[in-house]
Ligand binder design. Structure first.
Ligand code: CUA
Length: 345
């Protein structure tokens, strides 16, 4: 007996797929698994954008439903039937034409008003009491300076919850784009000018971000993290960052490491307050207090730090940091340098 799919069955199957597939697609967007989703706002700025998106989606869905309903109705009601006469030609209908000119104009107004209001709100100057942060994009890591607090750090931006953050954005080389999806829209970082962005983080937590503008070989490895902390926790972090770097005890491995660091080429690029004055690579004064290295792509542990020092370009394509060989240093020095950097809490 031959088995054939009945056309009716086929149509039902297709209809079922049309319903199930989009549902499966939407269900796949469970936000827990996507920390960089821009649909889970955690700041006032991100919330404004979210609200706007919801309003626009509301109107778009209404338009979609009305247009599809009319289309389906017309297709069925006026389908061709055997023996039916040709439809009567119509020439103009003033009422209809006025109607379908006014309706879209009204809808566009409903879209334009909240959009323009949101633009003005988000581009207004930040509140007076905002925390000032200067962000500098580098190939391929982010530098964070707190000019009023005298702190310079990298890859991890600490801010207190509920306090507006006023960010000025600059670049040391090419165009980058600063983006913490949970905090709102991205903003380009452009050579020769200072862009601005401000937001008030609304929830304590750690939010990933990254460069959102193709900026060279390791664009994808230019990550960062936003640490939104309770006010007292943030104050404790500030106090620790403002201290001079820890001086390793004489005779320890870390003390040996400091010697290698200062005698080697490390000091050409890196600053450790009171120890070295390089400004090309990240400031290492309190590097031991950070959770990641290398633009946020590796954990800040002894193994990864060691591998990074031995051959940075091999671990991160295009990295500006020289390999140990090119710095004319030996692998035997690495454990001591690692111990020194880890001691800089
Ligand atoms: Cu910086 Cu992409």
């Amino acid at each position: 007996m031959r088995f054939r799919t009945h056309p009716m069955m086929f149509r039902r199957l297709m209809a079922a797929l049309l319903v199930v597939l989009p549902l499966a697609f939407v269900a796949g967007c469970s936000m827990q698994d996507y920390p960089q989703s821009s649909l889970h706002p955690h700041s006032n700025y991100a919330q404004w954008i979210q609200t706007l998106l919801e309003q626009l989606t509301f109107w778009v869905v209404i338009i979609f439903v009305v247009v599809q309903a009319l289309l389906i109705y017309a297709a069925i009601r006026f389908r061709s039937r055997p023996g039916a006469p040709d439809p009567k030609p119509i020439h103009g209908n003033t009422a209809l034409e006025i109607g379908w000119t006014i309706a879209p104009a009204l809808i566009l107004t409903l879209v334009a008003v909240p959009t323009v209001l949101t633009i003005f709100k988000s581009q207004a100057p930040p509140p007076e009491d905002a925390l000032q942060v200067r962000v500098v994009g580098h190939q391929w890591w982010w530098e964070f300076q707190y000019p009023d607090l005298g702190i310079t750090t990298a890859s991890e931006l600490h801010v207190p919850v509920g306090v507006p953050v006023n960010i000025s954005l600059e670049t040391a080389d090419v165009i980058h784009s600063f983006w913490f999806p949970a905090m709102g829209g991205k903003r380009d970082v452009i050579p020769g000018r200072t862009n601005r962005l401000w937001f008030t983080p609304s929830d304590i937590g750690q939010y990933p971000g990254q460069c959102a503008e193709l900026c060279g070989t390791s664009h994808a490895n230019m990550r960062m993290a936003l640490m939104v902390q309770a006010p007292e926790e943030f104050q404790a972090w500030v106090a620790a960052q403002q201290l001079p770097p820890i001086e390793p005890e004489a005779g320890t491995l870390a003390a040996q490491g400091k010697q290698y660091f200062t005698q080697g080429q490390c000091i050409v690029c890196h600053m450790i307050q009171g120890v070295s004055a390089g400004v090309i690579g990240p400031n290492l004064t309190h590097v031991g207090s950070r959770t990641t290295i290398a633009g946020g792509i590796f954990p800040n542990d002894a193994a990864d730090l060691g591998k990074w020092i031995i051959n940075a370009p091999a671990r991160k394509p295009g990295a500006k940091m020289l390999s140990l060989k090119d710095m004319a240093m030996s692998p035997e020095q690495v454990p001591a340098i690692v111990a020194y950097l880890q001691s800089l809490k």
